[in-house]
Structures are given as structure tokens and as C-alpha cells.
Design a protein around this ligand. Structure first.
Ligand SMILES: Nc1ncnc2c1ncn2[C@@H]1O[C@H](COP(=O)(O)OP(=O)(O)OP(=O)(O)O)[C@@H](O)[C@H]1O
Length: 760
């Protein structure tokens, strides 16, 4: 068949007097153009479609807002903050809990689509921020190394052809010279191979460093690390995305670059070398490439049609890996509590569940790969080898040169053997190159999975730092009731609550709340309307039942939670210092614990010496630990070394180091003995710090001038805590204590009477 085509072409060119070379080049150019058009067509079509259907759903379904008809419960979930559309994704209805809440969750499908190209473009811009960067230098060197390797491959293939020619001619001298040359080329060739791998790893690391530094700067901007896990519901396990996913993404990009660039060079240069060899043999050039193009295109189409959705599979695998890691991290963090409870059975079952789910996903990928790789190998190894054999034999079979035309002594046998060896080697390398190009499709699809995870993470960080959150929101009947009573109703837009409150920084150092609601991240309104002014020196005691919003008030004052309505005036964040119930011990030395969140450099800048830290510790009765632990610069895991009460005292020592205008104390001395606690409060007041204290301990009342009492129903009461008030509270406490003190006696009497009754 190819011979027939070749003969037909020869006669046609001769008939119209067209130079054969022109004809050949035009055919190859047309074939390349058409194939390029065919590959690019779906993307051109997609681009056109997207620009015309901007407000419509694409490749997915969206369920944006769903509300229950009875009006008691309403559920909102949005997949996009600005408009109600989901691209290349779908929203999944997760189920109805207790007949009250429906939670909707968005599920994106990573794949080779417009979303992928946009996200990849954004990430590439971050990894290659300019021309004169280290990354571009590495990339250029890498490209040069890849091109050099291709030239060397072609050179080696032609040398091998010559070696075979001298063997057939029995020309020992030339054979020995060629063999030495061949060995000489092997040294730079292997060095280049090693350089390619080295540069690929360097490039992956450089890309990773760029992305990590960008991601860290976003993660630590404006408390984003808190907001992402507490206020936004889009990404779980940010730690996994920041570590493993960024690594996988950057390695994949660097690997794909060499995996695509090198075969492209190979294909181009090998095609030119093959054409020249064929021309030298006086054989027809067109049939071989046409045959190769047809076979390769068909193979590509078949593989594309049967290829599993590796992008989705890989993204899901990364998700499950992240979850498994999260469960491990929880066990390490809460090891003591779990051990006290003896909760290993439950924890083990959680771990096993997470691990088995990862194994299931990996098995799915392995089994999908099994059939795909089998088909890939069959098409690329056998079908292509057969095609290669036809291509190698064609020029020899169709060559018009006759034995008598050959100048060589063996009638052209050695020349034809040389040609055969060179061409076979070149074709082998060419086939390898095309195989790598085609198998890189699978890697591109996997890259789409990593791109989606990294790109989504950066988008969420960006949104969270600008106060834009998305999470499935459930408002309950109770919170709606509160909202009605307080005259406050949370407003929703695109399924997300609208932040309408204003925040101002005051210069006079007062805290003012005007009609500020306390709203949880789930949009439960725990207190619809709080109005309050705290002047410096006005020590405020905050009480109320559990879950009434006491700590949440501190979250709002610290800027962690948004102000949904009303007005908040507060001093600069540096003038307020929050101490939580569970004290946080940082990494570092003993001195680092006292000065946290300052660093030693900050401390030096402020002109503070270690002697001052010693005084801070003595104010909380903790100065003895300096000697006990071996000095200020000892580094250990302070979380485990210090007792619960010691950790709380250390947290209070920070208060004396920083000396803020306001101290937000959230039951932070619950494990400290009452006498030490009283001393600390006394000293804090002497230091001029205004106290806002959440406590259930009556022993602390005397240090405060005002009382803010939440009733747990959304209501609150602010009154001054004068001596009569303190007395009445004290009396109430003593009455209750007296009643409780009688309970064991009563129980004892009850037991005795029960025994008597039984005996009777
Ligand atoms: N990160 C969060 N996401 C969702 N809801 C939260 C979050 N943190 C707190 N809440 C909810 O906010 C409400 C008020 O919580 P808050 O911590 O202010 O209670 P509290 O009055 O300090 O209680 P306690 O005395 O038990 O410490 C609770 O119903 C709680 O479930």
C-alpha cells in the first residue's frame, strides 16, 4: 500500500512539474497544522462558550440555596461568592440531620479544562515571577541540557550505524577508531543525563520554595490560619496542602517540563535526521511519516477515549491522605487525655477507617491503571514497533538506486546496513519520545488534581484574609427566635451571611460596642444585641451559663470573628492581650515562653533584660523554675514539662511582660491556687491593666468594678459591682454552699434509713 501511494505521488509531482521537496514539506506542514487544530479545537470551543454563557452553569450542577418551607430552619450554601454558578464541578447534597438541617457541599472535578489552565497560569506566575530570576536561569540550563542530550542521541545513532558498516566491510582500523569515538561520546552523554536529573530536582525545589513562601505569607496574614479552619469550610487539613500537595505539584511541574520538552526536541530533530538519511538513500520520504502520523494519532485517540479520570482520582487520594494525617496529629496532640480515658479503641477505629478509605482509593487507582497501562503498552510497544519496521524497510524497498550505482566494494550492502542501523536507532528513540509525550497526558491529568488542590488552597487563603468565607451554614429555630427578640436578623447574600458592622480604632483607649450581635461561624445568634462601654480602669467581670457567648465576645474584640452589625470601637490590637483557658506553650527556650509572641530580637529592641523576665515570673510565683529547668536558654517541650497550673501562671507572666491596656482573661487561672491567683490580680491592677475577666470563681469578684451577666437566652445585664452587690452575691454563694454542704449528710441519713427499711 505505501509503495502504491509513493508511486502515485511520484507520478503526480512529475506530471505537474512540482519540485518533490516542496511537495513533501507542504504535506508535512499541512498534517502538523491539521493535527494541531484538532488538538486545540476543544479548548477554542470551550473558550468561546465561556465568554458567551457567563451566567450559566457549566459542566456541573449547582444547588445553591435550599430552604425548608416551614420557615423554622433555613440552610444556605454557596459555591461562589460573587455569582451563583459552579464551573466544572457539582454540589452534592449530604443529607438531612434530625430533620432540621441540610448541608450542601461543593465538589470540584479536577481535569484538563479551563479552570485548570487558569489555576496553572496563576501558579506558574508565582513560580516564575520574572525573567531575571533564579528559576528562569535553571529552566534555561535545563532546556539547554535537554537539547544537548537529543543532539548526542542522534550523533550516537549515526555512529552506531557507521560502526556496523565497518563491521560488515571487515574494516578493523576504522571500526576501532569509531568504537573509541563512541566511548568518548558516552562520557558527556552520561554526564548530561545526570545534569538533567539534577536540574529537574533543583527546579522542583526552587518552584516549591516560591510557592511555600507565598502560601506562608498568605496563611499568616490577618489571622488567616485561624479563619481558614474556624470560619471557612472549604478546605480541611491546610497542613497537608501546605506540605505534601505543594511538593507533589512542584515535582510534577518540573518533571512534566522535561518529560514534554525532551520528547518534543527528540521528535523534531529525529524527524529531520530521518528525512536526511532517507534522502541520502534516494528513497521516498513521504509514506513513512504519513504512516507514522496516522498510527500515532489513532493510538492517541484510543488512549484518550479509555483514559480513567486520573485528576479526580489523585485529588481524592490526596484528600484522604490529608485526613489520615489529621487523625494522627490529633492523637499526638491529645495523647494524655486519650490515655486517661483509655480511648485507644475508639481512636484506633478512626485511624483504621481513615487508612482503609485511603487504601480503597489507592486500590481503585491501581486497578484503573492496570488496564490502562496494558493497553498503552500494547499500542506503544507492539503496534508502534510493527509500524517502525515498515518505516525502516520502506526506503530500502522503495530505493531506486541499483547495485551498479553504488561505489562501495560490496555493492551497497554495508551502506544499507549502516542506514538500517542508524534509522532503526533513530526510530527507536523517536518512538520512545512519542511514547513519553503520550504517557505525559496521564501525568498532565494528575497534575490537574494537584493544581486544583494547591490553587484552591491559595484562593481560600486570599478570600479568608479579605474576610470572605464560604461554609455550609445551618441556622436553627432557636437562633432565629433570638434574632427576632433582639430585633436583629442576619442578612444572607449568595447563601453567605453579610458583614455589615463597622470597626474603628479608638485613640482614648476605650472599648465601645453599639448593638453588636454575637454570631457563631454557624450563624447561630447567641446574643442579638450587645451595647457596652469599657473605660480604662473599669474592671469587668463576665459571667453566664456555658455556651452563652462569653469567649465569643473576646473573639469579636480580638478581630477573630466578624462584626455582623452595629459598631465596635476598640484600641489597637497591641493594647489588648488575650489569655485563654488552655495556655499555649510555644517552641523555644524558657525566655521565649515569657515573652511570647515577642522574639528575643523584639525584647532586645525594647531594651528589656532577663532580670525583668525574672520579675515577671516572680509576680506569678514561678521564678523558681529558672533554676529548676537549668536557665533561661534551655529548650524543651514546655507543654509537657510544666504542670497545668504552672502553664497558666506562665501565661499570666506574659501579661506582666507585655503590660497591655486591657487584659482579656478567659478563665485563665482556673488551675491556679486561690491565694496566688489573688496576688496576680492584685499586681495586674497595680500595673494599670484593665481587666475583662470571664470566671466562675467568686474569689475574683472583689477585683472587678462591673459585672456583665449573660442569661443564655440572648439577654444580658450590665451593672456596677459595688460592695453591696458583691455582698449579695457572696451571700447567695454562701447559702448555696451551705445547702450543698448538707447534701452528703442527707444522703448518709437516706442510706441508713434504706438499710433499716430493708432489715424490717
Ligand atoms: N469555631 C466555632 N464554630 C462554630 N461555633 C462555635 C465556634 N466556637 C464557639 N462556637 C459556638 O458559639 C457559642 C458560644 O461559645 P463560647 O465559647 O462563646 O461560649 P462561652 O460562653 O465562653 O462558654 P463556656 O463558659 O462553656 O466557655 C457556643 O454555642 C459554641 O458552640
Amino acid at each position: 500500500m505505501p509503495t502504491v501511494i509513493s508511486k502515485y505521488i511520484d507520478s503526480t509531482v512529475a506530471k505537474y512539474n512540482i519540485p518533490k521537496e516542496h511537495f513533501t514539506r507542504s504535506v508535512v506542514a499541512a498534517a502538523v497544522f491539521l493535527y494541531g487544530l484538532k488538538l486545540g479545537y476543544p479548548y477554542i470551543q470551550l473558550l468561546c462558550k465561556n465568554s458567551t454563557t457567563n451566567n450559566s452553569y457549566q459542566n456541573g450542577h449547582a444547588a445553591i440555596i435550599s430552604s425548608k418551607a416551614d420557615g423554622d430552619n433555613c440552610v444556605h450554601s454557596s459555591t461562589n461568592n460573587n455569582n451563583n454558578k459552579v464551573q466544572n464541578g457539582k454540589s452534592v447534597m449530604n443529607g438531612i440531620k434530625n430533620g432540621e438541617a441540610v448541608v450542601l457541599k461543593q465538589q470540584k472535578s479536577p481535569g484538563i479544562n479551563k479552570e485548570f489552565i487558569i489555576q496553572l497560569h496563576k501558579l506558574v506566575k508565582l513560580m516564575l515571577p520574572g525573567i531575571w530570576t533564579k528559576e528562569v536561569g535553571l529552566l534555561s540550563m535545563h532546556t539547554l541540557a535537554l537539547a544537548t542530550r537529543t543532539f548526542l542521541s542522534i550523533y550516537v545513532a549515526s555512529m552506531e550505524g557507521e560502526i556496523v558498516k565497518y563491521i560488515v566491510r571487515k574494516d578493523v582500523k576504522n571500526f576501532a577508531i569509531m568504537l573509541l569515538k563512541w566511548l568518548g561520546v558516552a562520557v558527556p552523554a552520561t554526564f548530561i543525563n545526570s545534569v538533567i536529573r539534577y536540574l529537574e530536582n533543583k527546579l522542583a525545589l526552587a518552584f516549591r520554595s516560591r510557592l511555600v513562601s507565598h502560601a506562608y505569607s498568605l496563611y499568616f496574614r490577618d489571622q488567616t490560619y485561624y479563619r481558614v479552619s474556624n470560619l471557612d469550610g472549604r478546605i480541611e487539613n491546610a497542613d497537608h496542602r501546605l506540605t505534601d500537595d505543594i511538593t507533589a505539584f512542584t515535582s510534577s511541574v518540573a518533571h512534566l517540563y522535561s518529560h514534554i520538552t525532551k520528547p518534543l526536541f527528540d521528535c523534531l530533530l529525529i524527524a529531520i535526521a530521518l528525512a536526511r538519511t532517507n534522502k541520502k538513500m534516494g528513497a521516498a520520504i513521504i509514506p513513512g511519516p504519513i504512516l507514522a502520523t496516522v498510527v500515532i494519532s489513532l493510538t492517541g485517540q484510543i488512549l484518550k477515549a479509555v483514559s480513567p479520570k486520573f485528576g479526580i482520582l489523585v485529588a481524592e487520594e490526596a484528600n484522604r491522605k490529608g485526613y489520615l494525617r489529621h487523625i494522627h496529629a490529633r492523637i499526638i496532640t491529645n495523647a494524655e487525655e486519650i490515655a486517661f480515658y483509655g480511648g485507644q479503641k475508639v481512636e484506633l477505629s478512626h485511624l483504621e477507617k481513615a487508612y482503609n478509605s485511603l487504601v480503597d482509593q489507592m486500590n481503585t487507582i491501581f486497578s484503573q491503571r492496570l488496564w490502562y497501562v496494558m493497553l498503552e503498552q500494547f499500542l506503544m510497544k507492539y503496534v508502534w514497533s510493527g509500524t517502525g519496521m515498515i518505516m525502516v524497510s520502506l526506503p530500502i524497498l522503495t530505493s531506486k538506486r541499483h547495485a551498479e550505482q553504488d561505489s562501495s566494494p560490496d555493492g551497497g550492502v554495508s551502506e544499507r546496513t549502516q542506514y538500517f542501523t542508524t534509522t532503526r536507532n533513530l526510530l527507536g528513540s523517536g518512538a520512545d519520545a512519542v511514547e513519553r509525550l503520550m504517557s505525559s497526558y496521564k501525568e498532565v491529568v494528575e497534575l490537574a488534581g494537584y493544581t486544583a488542590r494547591v490553587g484552591d488552597m491559595l484562593d481560600v487563603f486570599e478570600d479568608a484574609s479579605h474576610g470572605k468565607y464560604q461554609r455550609a451554614v445551618v441556622t436553627t429555630a432557636e437562633s432565629k427566635h433570638l434574632a427576632k427578640n433582639g430585633g436583629f436578623r442576619l442578612e444572607f447574600k449568595n447563601g453567605q451571611p453579610v458583614v455589615k458592622g463597622v470597626i474603628h480604632e479608638t485613640k482614648d483607649g476605650t472599648i465601645v460596642l453599639k448593638n453588636v450581635p454575637i454570631v457563631t461561624p454557624n450563624c447561630d445568634v447567641v446574643c442579638p444585641n450587645l451595647t457596652l462601654t469599657v473605660m480604662p480602669g473599669m474592671h469587668l467581670l463576665i459571667t453566664g451559663p456555658n455556651g452563652c457567648g462569653k469567649s465569643s465576645l473576646f473573639r469579636i474584640l480580638s478581630g477573630l470573628w466578624p462584626v455582623y452589625s452595629g459598631e465596635l470601637r476598640k484600641p489597637a490590637t497591641s493594647d489588648m492581650f488575650y489569655i485563654p483557658q488552655r495556655p499555649y506553650m510555644s517552641l523555644g527556650s524558657l525566655a521565649d515562653q515569657v515573652i511570647y509572641p515577642d522574639t528575643e530580637a523584639d525584647m532586645r529592641k525594647k531594651g528589656i533584660a532577663l532580670g525583668h523576665l525574672q520579675r515577671c515570673l516572680s509576680l506569678v510565683h514561678l521564678d523558681h523554675i529558672v533554676e529548676r529547668e537549668g536557665g533561661w536558654h534551655v529548650t524543651t517541650d514546655w507543654k509537657d514539662v510544666l504542670s497545668g497550673g504552672e502553664k497558666q501562671r506562665m501565661a499570666m507572666a506574659r501579661l506582666f511582660y507585655h503590660r497591655p491596656k486591657f487584659a482579656l482573661l478567659d478563665e485563665c487561672t482556673s488551675a491556679v491556687s486561690i491565694d496566688v491567683e489573688s496576688n496576680i490580680y492584685e499586681e495586674a491592677k497595680v500595673a494599670g491593666i484593665t481587666l475583662l475577666t470571664i470566671t466562675h470563681r467568686p474569689s475574683l469578684w472583689k477585683f472587678h468594678t462591673h459585672l456583665l451577666q449573660f442569661d443564655g437566652e440572648g439577654g444580658w445585664k450590665l451593672e456596677s459591682l459595688d460592695s453591696t452587690m458583691r455582698l449579695s452575691l457572696k451571700e447567695e454563694k454562701e447559702k448555696l454552699e451551705a445547702q450543698l454542704a448538707g447534701v452528703p449528710d442527707a444522703q448518709e441519713r437516706l442510706k441508713v434509713s434504706d438499710v433499716r427499711n430493708m432489715k424490717a
